[in-house]
Every structure is written in structure tokens, then in C-alpha cells.
Design a protein around this ligand. Sequence first.
Ligand SMILES: Cc1cc2nc3c(=O)[nH]c(=O)nc-3n(C[C@H](O)[C@H](O)[C@H](O)COP(=O)(O)OP(=O)(O)OC[C@H]3O[C@@H](n4cnc5c(N)ncnc54)[C@H](O)[C@@H]3O)c2cc1C
Length: 77
Amino acid sequence: MTYSFLRLAAEALRGQTGWTPAWRNPEPKPDYDVLVVGGGGHGLATAYYLAREHGITNVAVLEKGWIGSGNAGRQHR
Ligand SMILES: Cc1cc2nc3c(=O)[nH]c(=O)nc-3n(C[C@H](O)[C@H](O)[C@H](O)COP(=O)(O)OP(=O)(O)OC[C@H]3O[C@@H](n4cnc5c(N)ncnc54)[C@H](O)[C@@H]3O)c2cc1C
């Protein structure tokens, strides 16, 4: 999927029905080096910086809703 101003405008007109998920939905692996509970800003940043700064990439972020569904996603409602 590509994102552009035109795409945003088209989706606004047709009720946001044409988007597809932007993330994978993989089966969980048998083990991880780190489990992060919560896919809000802090959880995602933790996973990102573990990978970028420490090379720890075998990380799972467990989210009970959808990514950013906590306070991170409430800020502009
Ligand atoms: C109305 C409002 C306006 C705000 N405005 C601003 C602002 O202008 N500027 C600013 O800097 N901050 C603002 N904040 C604060 C900011 O949103 C929070 O500080 C920030 O989002 C916290 O991030 P977080 O990752 O800790 O929590 P959250 O974003 O709440 O993420 C926690 C995640 O954990 C998940 N979770 C919880 N329990 C479990 C579980 N047992 N298993 C799996 N997943 C779980 C939740 O579903 C959620 O997605 C605002 C907050 C609110 C409510």
C-alpha cells in the first residue's frame, strides 16, 4: 500500500474502507529475548531502541488491542 495525499483524500470520501493492515500478523515464536507488554508509545519505543541501540531484535510487543490504542491514540480525539 502506498500513502499519499490523494490516497488520504480518496479514503476520506469513501469512509476509510480501502485501507489494508500495515503490519504483519505472524505466529508467535517459541521464545523471545524480551517481551514488552503494551504497544503504546513507550512499548514501541522500547522495542525500537532495544534493536537500534543494543542490537536486541528478538523482541515481541504484546498488545491487547491495536497498536496505539491506549492513551497514545487518544490524544487527538
Ligand atoms: C486525552 C489525552 C491527551 C494527551 N495529550 C498529550 C499531549 O498532548 N502530549 C503528550 O506528550 N502526551 C499527551 N498525553 C499523554 C500520552 O498520551 C501518554 O503519556 C502516552 O501515550 C503514554 O504512553 P504509554 O505507551 O505509556 O501508554 P499507552 O499509549 O496507554 O499504551 C499502553 C498500551 O498497553 C496496552 N495494554 C495495557 N494492558 C495490557 C495488557 N495486559 N496486555 C497487553 N497490552 C496491554 C494498551 O492497550 C495500550 O495500547 C495525553 C493523554 C491523554 C489521555
